[in-house]
Design a protein around this ligand. Structure first.
Ligand SMILES: O=c1[nH]cnc2c1ncn2[C@H]1C[C@H](O)[C@@H](CO)O1
Ligand SMILES: [Zn+2]
Length: 385
């Protein structure tokens, strides 16, 4: 490789066109503001703080900027309120797939908590089937618009509730039918993942996959429990693993036992930089642990968490990182391949996505400099050389 191809700092347009993989995105955290306003009007939900889509989008962004995970999570009352009917769920899921595809995401695992969509009388099964139908519809519309995307669902159980085993069974029933795994989410403090051991043990017996929100608002004990008691395949956030890494004044680095385990066992970290700034888990992009974790070769991935609350997308997350850490296309490819390796679909499919879609996509972007018009052509044609 020449230095030109090795070190290309991508433009925003190249970042958008680059194939991207997203493992941590909440369906109820990514609605279009205009859709929220329309469904609220159709279904008679009167609790919205704003009814102008632009102002509503800003409201979510600002309300989520609270510095606390608990306050950040309060904003989901409004999105869940407009996701209670079959039609609304199909629409929101279809638009999610379309929006991700238009942003260049080629593979996504999108999560939601079925238990939060039952107030208008849908059953858990009806919720899952509506969302699956929406994802398939969105994939078709994306293809018609020239974008290929594949979306799998992760079923989330809320950690303050007591339905984890039921949701785990639901995830298992819809396995290979659009659902690729399980997750737990919600406020971390006071609700350790070990409260839901029965669900995790059930999933392990069924050879199913799960990730756990851990190490976001709470530190190392929650990561340790998620891995060593519950047996999580991946960590939702996991960013506080940084608390087990010592960087000395001279720059030398020492990993504690847990950090070494996470790195050496290649445990995927579903890092969500913008979300972490809003909930107070990190104070700036420059100080976000992703920079160090990437250098230390943890299995780090980049994610959106909640596109609505953070006013973000995969491209914007990458743009922040490129601006902050001067990441090249090769770095973005590294994060993307990490994410694809860590997905919950079968190994042969992950490998094909890496070799047939991701690597060729980045190779094409890296070669673009070869075809750029140079000023030399015009100078030489004027005969002044
Ligand atoms: O970052 C998060 N941490 C913990 N829980 C979260 C986060 N983002 C969203 N959630 C919750 C709120 C949603 O209603 C739920 C299911 O998507 O998951
Ligand atoms: Zn999350």
């Amino acid at each position: 490789m020449t230095s030109e191809t090795q070190g290309v700092i991508p433009t925003p347009d190249q970042i958008r066109r680059a194939p991207k993989v997203l493992l941590h995105d909440h369906l109820d955290g990514g609605l279009r503001p205009a859709t929220i306003v329309e469904i609220a009007a159709q279904t008679g939900y009167e609790g919205l703080p704003e009814t102008d889509p632009e102002k509503l989008g800003m409201w979510f962004r600002e309300a989520a900027d609270s510095g606390s995970l608990e306050r950040y999570l309060e904003t989901f009352a409004h999105t869940c309120a407009v996701m209670q009917t079959r039609d609304a769920l199909v629409r929101v899921a279809a638009e999610c797939a379309e929006d991700l595809a238009a942003d260049g995401v080629v593979y996504a695992e999108v999560r939601y908590a079925p238990e939060q969509h039952l107030t208008a009388g849908l059953s858990l099964e009806e919720v899952v089937e509506a969302v699956n139908e929406g994802f398939r519809e969105g994939e078709r519309r994306a293809l018609a618009a020239g974008h290929r995307i594949r979306v799998g669902a992760l079923l989330t159980a809320m950690r303050h509730a007591a339905r984890a085993l039921e949701i785990a069974e639901l995830a298992n029933r819809y396995r290979d039918l659009g659902v690729v795994g399980f997750d737990i989410a919600g406020a971390e403090a006071g609700y350790p993942p070990t409260r839901h051991l029965d669900a995790f043990e059930y999933l392990k017996r069924e050879n199913n996959h799960f990730t756990i929100h851990a190490g976001e608002a709470f530190g190392l004990p929650s990561i340790w429990q998620a891995l060593q008691w519950c047996g999580a395949d991946r960590l939702g956030h996991g960013v506080r693993i940084i608390d087990d890494i010592d960087v000395a004044e001279d720059g030398s680095v020492k990993l504690g036992r847990l950090a070494a385990y996470v790195r050496d066992k290649r445990i995927p970290l579903e890092l969500c930089p913008s979300s972490n700034l809003q909930t107070g888990a990190a104070s700036s992009y420059a100080e976000h642990p992703i920079g160090l974790l990437r250098r230390l070769h943890f299995r780090a991935t980049v994610n959106t968490d909640n596109r609505l609350m953070s006013d973000t997308s995969m491209s914007r997350e990458f743009e922040h990182l490129v601006r902050t850490f001067r990441y090249s296309l090769a770095d973005l490819q590294w994060f993307t391949v990490n994410a694809m390796k860590s997905a919950f679909i079968p190994f042969d499919e992950r490998l094909a996505m890496i070799n047939e879609v991701i690597k060729p996509g980045y190779a094409e972007l890296r070669s673009e400099w070869l075809f750029q018009q140079t000023a030399v052509t015009s100078t030489s044609s004027s005969g002044n050389v």
